[in-house]
Design a protein around this ligand. Structure first.
Ligand code: NAG
Ligand code: NAG
Ligand code: NAG
Ligand code: NAG
Ligand code: NAG
Ligand code: NAG
Ligand code: NAG
Ligand code: NAG
Ligand code: NAG
Length: 466
């Protein structure tokens, strides 16, 4: 009898627990549905902008969305003078536009960057769901998306119209659904051996032009960004697997040996051979960071570092070399009134603080930084905060605004990674001391650094100050 009562009690206990579990699951599903719906509602996207549909019901382009080619502004060039805009290139595994805006106490950067592969062997050619997520996350804070698309298929002649058009249609969806403009940095750093599409002055510009023509059929809210790496060190031997042509009968050889001396080296033009042409490029971008002199010390940034690298004149440049002077003034050549006159961005930039690598017991490199790489007792050592302060003082600077009026956007590489035996950290918002210091820099330059809330976006590619 006792056994019977026990089983009886156990039966009801199990039934009760099962009921609780069922209820819990129901509640959890209900909450998920509520949560997902709230994300789909406008209140979730506090920054979401309404834009006019680029296509009329009969499928023709709405004339409102024609880009005004005589407005004096390129597609997605912010209508600002004597001012800059700010962006961040995120490690999206823990940062989103929303977390950055929270950390910056409500200041909304205009742009967020992400990297994505575009390959003929990927089903759908790229991850449409990831792209949608990046776009919608930017929509939540009213930001634009800088999309660095890596055309990784080899050879690049594999790309056909269907690939370009599939990507363009997805970009238009982000533009129209979330009102998020896209700065499409397509096939970046095509002058460095670390990319498969590099050192190809015939195929690469054609690939870029193909992409441009396709994008413009779909949308004017996506701008084409051509973004080489800083030429200093070109062609960067031993730092990647793609090499410049060595066969002199290869037509690409003559195009890259711009000074015609029979070798492709740093006295050849590191930019021009890869330029797709004014009609196909909306913005130019230059990957330009602070590079510690021997890549090993946490030392002060040399005065004039930024100008020198941007113009090829001054600190650490081959001053007086005729070829260098002809080729390395990126700003004058691509942005100046006597050059291509394009708006310019620093699509990824920053000043790294170096930490030693550390090793795990199994000999592998640890994924967390070790102690500072500063040598004990080094009298020239400076703090992480000082290095970032010096870099941003050289960018957020009244003189820079007046001598480089076409520089419109600065995007901090908000990441850290191991490179050449050191752990390098470029982040401005990951620790509270650095964050507080950077907020002071923004506050000091507030008037010249309008936030995303100051802009409205148009389907014709305008970014207007309100
Ligand atoms: C499409 O519709 C617009 C506006 O209604 C009209 O002006 C245009 O002529 C139409 N185009 C075609 C090809 O039907
Ligand atoms: C983009 O603007 C150009 C004019 O600059 C126009 O010819 C084209 O139809 C527009 N495309 C879209 C999709 O709005
Ligand atoms: C294009 O921009 C120019 C210069 O701002 C302006 O004069 C012209 O009216 C604009 N055209 C259109 C169609 O808005
Ligand atoms: C450019 O597009 C044309 C037409 O689709 C195609 O034949 C060609 O292979 C493409 N070239 C590159 C480099 O994408
Ligand atoms: C690159 O290679 C050339 C010749 O192969 C050599 O003279 C030069 O020192 C190398 N530069 C670097 C940075 O390794
Ligand atoms: C160099 O290129 C030419 C023309 O493409 C080719 O005929 C020749 O075989 C190549 N030479 C070598 C060593 O690869
Ligand atoms: C870190 O690296 C520096 C040289 O870059 C070295 O002098 C120092 O001893 C290292 N610190 C530790 C704790 O290993
Ligand atoms: C401001 O920029 C100018 C020109 O680039 C430079 O010479 C100057 O040193 C910068 N000021 C600071 C505080 O970095
Ligand atoms: C700092 O970076 C780590 C990853 O390195 C991340 O897990 C953490 O959330 C970040 N913290 C902040 C405040 O951004």
């Amino acid at each position: 009898m006792k056994r019977h009562a026990l089983l009886h009690a156990m039966f009801w206990l199990k039934a009760f627990v099962a009921m609780l579990m069922g209820l819990f699951c129901l509640m959890w599903f209900a909450w998920r549905i509520y949560d997902l719906h709230s994300r789909a509602s406008p209140t979730f996207y506090t920054g979401l902008q309404a834009v006019t549909n680029a296509f009329l019901p009969n499928g023709t382009v709405n004339p409102t969305c024609y880009h005004n080619t005589s407005s004096g502004l390129a597609r997605l060039e912010p209508a600002i003078t004597s001012a800059l805009t700010l962006g961040f290139s995120l490690d999206w595994s823990y940062d989103t536009p929303t977390t950055i805006v929270d950390k910056l106490n409500g200041y909304k950067p205009l742009v967020f960057n992400t990297f994505m592969d575009f390959d003929t062997s990927i089903p759908g050619y790229f991850s449409a769901s990831l792209l949608n997520w990046f776009g919608s996350e930017c929509g939540r804070t009213g930001a634009m998306l800088e999309l660095t698309i890596q055309p990784t298929a080899v050879p690049i002649s594999l790309y056909q119209q269907v690939h370009f058009d599939t990507l363009s249609a997805a970009l238009y969806q982000i533009n129209s659904r979330y009102g998020v403009p896209i700065l499409l940095r397509f096939g970046h750093e095509m002058n460095g051996p670390w990319n498969t599409w590099s050192f190809d002055p015939i195929g690469y510009p054609e690939l870029f032009r193909n992409m441009t023509l396709s994008v413009r059929k779909h949308t004017n809210m996506t701008a084409m960004v051509w973004g080489p790496n800083i030429g200093f060190g070109y062609p960067f031997n031993n730092s990647g697997s793609t090499t410049p042509p060595t066969n002199k009968s290869d037509p690409r050889f003559a195009l890259l040996d711009t000074n015609g001396d029979g070798v492709i080296n740093e006295y050849d033009d590191p930019y021009g051979p890869y330029y797709p042409g004014d009609d196909y490029v909306d913005w130019v971008a230059l990957s330009l960071y602070y590079y510690p002199p021997d890549e090993t010390h946490n030392h002060d940034i040399a005065p004039g570092f930024f100008d020198a690298y941007l113009t090829g004149i001054g600190y650490n440049q081959a001053n007086g070399n005729q070829w260098w002077e002809l080729y390395y003034n990126f700003y004058a050549r691509f942005c100046g009134p006597n050059g291509h006159g394009k708006p310019m961005m620093l699509p990824e930039t920053g000043a790294p603080y170096l930490y030693n690598e550390t090793y795990l017991a199994n000999g592998e490199v640890s994924t967390v930084p070790g102690p500072t790489a500063t040598w004990p007792g080094d009298p020239l050592a400076v703090s992480a905060v000082t290095i970032r302060q010096e870099w941003y003082d050289s960018l957020f600077n009244q003189t820079v605004l007046s001598i480089y009026p076409k520089l419109k956007l600065v995007v901090n590489f908000e990441e850290e990674k191991i490179l050449s035996n050191y752990w390098r950290d470029w982040r401005l918002t990951n620790d509270s001391t650095q964050l507080a210091a950077f907020q002071q820099i923004i506050t000091g330059f507030q008037k010249q650094l309008p936030s995303a809330t100051s802009f409205t976006f148009g389907c014709d590619g305008t970014v207007m100050l309100t």
